[in-house]
Design a protein around this ligand. Structure first.
Ligand code: 7TS
Length: 422
């Protein structure tokens, strides 16, 4: 038998075709920053992901060569801006495999997309005694618009419970579906717990009752392949800034047959074909739901972000983040007094935790001193927190640019926190 060789760390050499997070990190200019004298470890992508150079360049190129208002000019710039804007819509369509660009509506983000459905679809469909079914792990963006719509139309908001590990209690969810249920609205991935919801089963159960399903995809879109046709959902909402694009832009996918029945949401320019003082006729899909000058450069940036992510490969990113999740989960479980919150069998790259005797905000502050950015608080998911008898957790969330070294820095910083608090 040969003698075992000494372990020597190999130099950083990219293997062609293999996911190389160090290389990816170099695509993101902000990763060059130091925070409190330490290289930045960014573990808050669930709140807002950073933007790669390709996105920043696309936005600058648009602004410096192409910008004008869309859909209204005969001049060259307006036509080019329109082509850039509608090109971004086609990129969104392709990214989520929608049938048609008529099904893609640009919004400010996930929140506005859900409000659009709650107000337009809800106003058309919800009647006294009806029910909207959500879950206990939703972000406030997928709770409050439904509370408002239910209040306006005399309907009732019902929330399906979770299991002790933070998964959806699927049998309880199915049992809550009934002939009063008008809509199911659920997260694809929980931002507070990391739970991935069993959408196939959930959508099939809702459809058996003839109930459409809205999916809040804010935490899924950047982390796994989303195919709205395979999911068979009726609405899918997401934000540009969670998918390495800019803020202030997002999209709503809606099945064309539903959109065609829905009344316009906001009124104004671009959403009409003709206007007289007495009445107006409305534009075709999707523009009927896009009143006013849209966020053109945001759409261009979003399109570039989706192109960038396709270049990395959704499956490669997904596998990379699964490895980070496994590494972080194993390492954090070793820390005395640390409790993971949300340990569902199917999880995305989000780790929520508490540390005995230390308030999550103090964890966040001490980690920041070490250059490690995490989020602390209720994560805009107060019902999910109260389900666990908590008001806050600390949360580390991963993106394509995170490395094993980032997880090591997180763990080392948490050991320091433990030492400070005894
Ligand atoms: N839905 C989910 C599941 C989210 O995580 C968020 C934002 C939203 C909706 C709202 O997205 P927006 O772009 O319209 O604001 N989540 C978080 C978070 O986890 N920390 O900060 C924002």
């Amino acid at each position: 038998m040969n003698a075992p060789r000494a372990q020597v760390s190999p130099p950083h050499i990219a293997v062609p075709g293999e996911f190389d997070a160090e290389q990816v990190r170099a695509d993101f200019p902000i990763m060059a920053r130091e925070i409190n004298g330490r290289p930045l470890v960014y573990l808050d992508s669930a709140a807002s992901a950073q933007q790669p150079r390709a996105v920043l360049d696309a936005i600058e190129h648009y602004a410096t060569t192409t910008h004008a208002n869309v859909h209204r000019g005969v001049h060259t710039l307006s036509q080019e801006a329109t082509a850039a804007f509608e090109g971004a819509r086609e990129r969104v369509r392709a990214f989520i495999n929608a049938r048609s660009t008529r099904e893609i509506i640009f919004t400010r983000g996930t929140t506005e997309a859900i409000n659009l459905v709650a107000q337009s679809w809800g106003g058309m469909r919800l009647k006294p005694g009806d029910e909207v079914l959500i879950t206990h792990l939703e972000h406030h963006a997928n709770i409050v618009p439904w509370q408002m719509a239910c209040a306006a139309h005399g309907a009732r908001l019902v929330a399906a419970p979770l299991t002790a590990d933070g998964a959806l209690d699927l049998p309880a969810f199915v049992a809550l579906l009934n002939d009063r249920t008008r809509l199911v609205a659920v997260a694809h991935v929980s931002n507070a717990l990391g739970t991935v919801l069993p959408l196939r089963e959930l959508v099939a159960a809702a459809h058996r009752h003839g109930v459409p399903v809205l999916v809040d995809g804010a935490q899924a879109i950047a982390h796994q392949r989303v195919d709205v046709r395979a999911l068979d959902c009726d609405f899918y909402a997401f934000s540009g800034h969670k998918v390495y694009g800019p803020t202030g832009i997002g999209a709503l996918y809606a099945r064309e047959a539903l959109l065609a029945q829905m009344p316009p949401w906001q009124g104004g320019g671009d959403m009409i074909l003709s206007v007289a003082i007495e009445s107006s006729t409305y534009n075709d899909l999707p523009w009927r739901f896009e009143a006013g000058t849209p966020n053109i450069s945001g759409a261009v940036g979003l399109g570039a972000a989706l192109e960038y992510l396709e270049g990395l490969g959704l499956e490669a990113v997904h596998q990379h983040e699964r490895r980070l999740l496994a590494q972080a989960t194993a390492a954090l479980q070793e820390l005395p007094g640390l409790h993971l919150v949300g340990t569902a069998p199917e999880k995305a790259g989000v780790v929520s935790f508490t540390l005995d005797g230390v308030h999550p905000h103090d964890i966040g502050t001490l980690l920041d001193a070490e250059g490690v950015a995490i989020r602390t608080g209720h994560h805009c998911a107060m019902p999910a927190m109260s389900f666990f008898g908590l008001t806050a957790t600390a949360r580390a969330s991963f993106g394509c640019y995170n490395t094993s070294a980032d997880i090591e820095r997180l763990v080392t910083a948490l050991i320091k926190v433990r030492e400070v608090f005894g």
